[in-house]
Design a protein around this ligand. Structure first.
Ligand code: KG4
Ligand code: ZN
Length: 337
């Protein structure tokens, strides 16, 4: 079964073709990072307009790349939640138009659920379920009990910033550009993770929620002084900036690792699944490798937003009898609660 996936939840436009829920046949991604970098974050209006400009050509390009005919597609899957509603509407309208003209089923996919499912893409080994699932991205930091791919229970989530958002804000403070995750990850390798004792916010002995805003404020005070205005990042040397990155990353990774261990003890899950942009982080990946249970992360290219995870999960949902009609709507909220 060949499913075409459409992703336009935020600032990446992506199209993919996935066979039988797991094998990626072709994919195209247009990143808008350069359009938003000068603003230090995603501007929704610019993002929606860029999706409109990109989509039609990318759809044709992906079909051509795969060397198939439009009629070879068995279904159209689209990430219709959560995301920036203006952006979602563009992808949703394209997907509905395709499903209607090709007379194929339409499947609305939850983008957060798709980040969890991304560990199945081109995978050598599939995770044993039930698993503890963690989505760490620019918009989400949430822990789940993944009892099956369609039975997912929320265990905890951030009460303030998402971890990717904290990376982006710390990078902005250090004047490292946007998005901040990859550059902090790279600089962290050159710094001393023990140089600065940033806090590890655990929110009590049993909590499965996260909080990253206090950690972010500690970095601000360290860099700019207690008033937040005493000095600027220019007063730090390159090795000192690398130490800030390494120490900040160590704090994030330790918190994530502790929460994953807590969640696993509570659920007795057989494995741990981690998806979303921050799952590309090298510090986090080596901590996951050292855990006592099998851990699963997506291939690097499927950590950040992509349409392969949308098409893959769409295929699985279709096989289980889920499908939507042309009244399918966009929503800013995830249905994983
Ligand atoms: O999943 P994603 O593409 O978009 C959302 O659904 O939010 O995640 C983007 C986030 C950004 O905050 C980016 O800074 C972060 O993922 N990110 C990383 C790394 N690569 C991307 N954070 C830490 N380390 C990385 N290597
Ligand atoms: Zn995402």
């Amino acid at each position: 079964m060949l499913v075409l996936g459409v992703e336009s939840t935020c600032d990446e436009t992506a199209i993919a073709l996935v066979e039988d829920g797991c094998r990626v046949v072709a994919e195209t991604i247009a990143s808008q990072v350069d359009d938003h970098a000068i603003y230090g974050g995603v501007v929704p209006e610019i993002a929606s307009r860029a999706h409109i400009e990109n989509l039609a050509l990318m759809l044709h390009g992906t079909i051509e790349k795969a060397g198939i005919a439009w009629s070879d597609i068995d279904a159209v899957a689209v990430a219709n939640r959560p995301g920036l509603v203006g952006c979602l509407m563009v992808g949703l309208t394209a997907a509905k138009t395709l499903a209607w003209t090709l007379d194929k089923p339409l499947i609305g996919v939850d983008h957060v659920q798709a980040h969890l499912y991304s560990v199945c893409l081109d995978a050598r080994e599939l995770p044993l379920l039930p698993a503890v699932g963690l989505v760490v991205s620019g918009g989400h930091t949430s822990l789940y009990h993944v009892r099956s791919w369609t039975d997912i229970l929320l265990l905890g989530r951030t009460i303030d910033d998402a971890v990717g958002e904290a990376y982006d804000k710390v990078a902005a403070l250090l004047k490292l550009g946007y998005p901040g995750g990859p550059v902090i990850d790279r600089l962290a390798e050159q710094g001393d993770a023990k140089a600065i004792a940033f806090p590890r916010p655990l929110l009590g002995p049993d909590s499965l929620d996260f909080s990253f805003s206090g950690l972010k404020t500690s970095v601000l005070y360290h860099v700019r002084g207690k008033s937040g205005r005493e000095r600027d990042v220019e007063s730090l040397t390159q090795p000192q900036i690398a130490d800030v990155c390494a120490s900040f990353q160590a704090a994030c990774v330790e918190v994530i690792e502790k929460k994953l261990s807590r969640a696993r003890r509570r659920t007795s899950a057989a494995s741990i699944i981690v998806g979303g942009g921050v799952s590309a982080n090298r510090g986090l990946r080596s901590a996951l490798d050292a855990m006592a249970v099998p851990t699963f992360t997506p291939p690097m290219r499927y950590c950040t937003d992509n349409a392969a995870m949308t098409a893959g999960l769409g295929g699985l949902l279709l096989r289980q009898g889920f499908a939507d009609d042309l009244t399918l709507d966009a929503s800013p909220r995830t249905s994983l609660v």
